[in-house]
Design a protein around this ligand. Structure first.
Ligand SMILES: C[S@@+](CC[C@H](N)C(=O)[O-])C[C@H]1O[C@@H](n2cnc3c(N)ncnc32)[C@H](O)[C@@H]1O
Length: 320
C-alpha cells in the first residue's frame, strides 16, 4: 500500500484487501436499528457476525490482532452484552482472547428500568498466541506511589516501581477518577466533546484507538477498520505513523472520514489529547449540592435504607 490511508465505500463482508492488516480495530454495528444499520433478530445478528469474523480472518496477517469494541444488543426487553456473542465466534475461528478491557464513560442516558449503562467492552484477540505484538511501555500510566521503595529483600531501599509507570490494567471499578487510577476511562464521544461530528451518532474516542495502536502494533504497520464510520481509527493510526485501511458502506461517512484523517495529518483535527484529565464539576460546584427541595423525600427514603447508608456520598465519586 503506497498511500498513508485509503477508505473504500463497500460492505465489509464483500471486501478482500490487497494487503493484509497487522491490526484490526473496530466497533461493528450492533443490529439494534441505529440510523446506519438494519434492526436484526439475535439469530440473524449472530449469523452476520460469523460471516464478519470469517472475513476479518481472511484479511489479517498470521501474527495480527483484533480489537473489537462492543456494547449491548437489545431484544424484547433483554440486554445481551455483545462480547458474549462475539467471544465464542472469534475463538471458534481460531483466535485467542488476550484481554477483555472494560472502558467506561461517566455520562449517558439514565435508565428507569435497569441500572444505567456506563461502560463498553473491548476484546483483544490475537491470531497466533506465541507471536503477537504487545508494547506495554507506550501505554503505561502513572503509578499511585512512584516513590515507594522496597522495604526488605535484596532490593531493600530501591525504588520498587517502573520509571515509565504501571500497567494500565483491564479492571473495571466504580468510577472514581480517571486513567491515573489505573482504569481505562475515556470520555465517551457525546455532543460537547471536541471530536464530535454531528453526522455520526456513534463515533468512538480517538484515544481508545490510540491506546490499542500503541500497545498492539508497531510504527509502519497497517491498521484496518472494517466499519470505519467517521474515521476515528484512521486518525489514531496516522497520529502514530501507521498506515490505515478503512471500509465503510455509507458514502457520507466515507467523505467525513477522509476529511478528518487529512486534518489529523496536517495537524488541524480537533482532538482530545491522550491522557487529558476528564473535566468534572468541582465538588463545591452548586450543581453538585443536594437541593433543599429534596430534603423531605430523601430523609423519608433514608429511613428505609439502613443497609445502604453511603447513598449520601455516591455522586461525589462519580461523573454520573
Ligand atoms: C459503530 S459505527 C462505527 C463508528 C466509528 N468507530 C467512528 O468512530 O466513527 C459502525 C459503522 O459501520 C457502518 N456499516 C454498517 N454496516 C456495514 C457493513 N456491512 N460494511 C461496512 N460498513 C458498515 C455504518 O455506516 C457505521 O458508520
Amino acid at each position: 500500500m503506497s498511500e498513508i490511508f485509503q477508505i473504500s465505500c463497500a460492505l465489509f463482508e464483500n471486501v478482500t484487501l490487497s494487503e493484509k492488516a497487522d491490526l484490526i480495530i473496530s466497533s461493528p454495528p450492533y443490529g439494534i436499528g441505529k440510523i446506519y444499520e438494519e434492526k436484526k433478530t439475535l439469530n440473524d445478528y449472530k449469523l452476520w457476525a460469523i460471516s464478519i469474523v470469517e472475513n476479518l480472518k481472511k484479511n489479517l496477517k498470521p501474527n495480527g490482532a483484533v480489537c473489537w469494541q462492543v456494547g449491548t444488543f437489545v431484544e424484547k426487553g433483554e440486554y445481551i452484552p455483545l462480547d458474549l456473542i462475539y467471544a465464542p465466534i472469534f475463538m471458534e475461528k481460531g483466535f485467542t482472547l488476550k484481554n477483555r478491557i472494560v472502558w467506561k464513560f461517566g455520562s449517558g442516558l439514565h435508565s428507569e428500568t435497569r441500572f444505567s449503562g456506563r461502560y463498553e467492552v473491548l476484546l483483544w484477540f490475537v491470531m497466533d498466541k506465541s507471536n503477537y505484538t504487545f508494547n506495554l511501555d507506550p501505554v503505561r500510566i502513572n503509578s499511585k506511589e512512584p516513590s515507594k521503595r522496597s522495604f526488605k529483600g535484596p532490593n531493600k531501599g530501591k525504588l520498587s516501581g517502573n520509571p515509565l509507570g504501571k500497567n494500565p490494567s483491564d479492571v473495571w471499578k466504580i468510577v472514581v477518577d480517571e486513567w491515573e487510577k489505573g482504569e481505562w476511562n475515556f470520555p465517551n464521544v457525546k455532543s460537547n466533546h471536541v471530536e464530535k461530528n454531528s453526522a455520526h451518532p456513534c463515533q468512538f474516542p480517538i484515544e481508545l484507538a490510540e491506546r490499542c495502536i500503541l500497545a498492539f502494533s508497531n510504527e509502519g504497520d497497517t491498521i484496518m477498520d472494517p466499519f470505519s464510520g467517521t474515521g476515528s481509527t484512521g486518525c489514531a493510526a496516522v497520529f502514530h505513523d501507521r498506515k490505515f485501511i478503512g471500509v465503510e458502506c455509507n458514502q457520507e461517512y466515507v467523505e467525513i472520514s477522509r476529511e478528518r484523517i487529512r486534518s489529523a495529518l496536517d495537524g488541524t483535527l480537533k482532538t482530545r489529547k491522550i491522557g487529558t484529565k476528564i473535566q468534572s464539576a468541582s465538588t463545591s460546584a452548586k450543581t453538585r449540592q443536594i437541593p433543599s427541595e429534596w430534603t423531605d423525600v430523601r430523609e423519608d427514603q433514608s429511613k428505609k435504607r439502613r443497609l445502604y447508608p453511603q447513598w449520601k456520598n455516591e455522586s461525589e465519586d462519580d461523573d454520573n
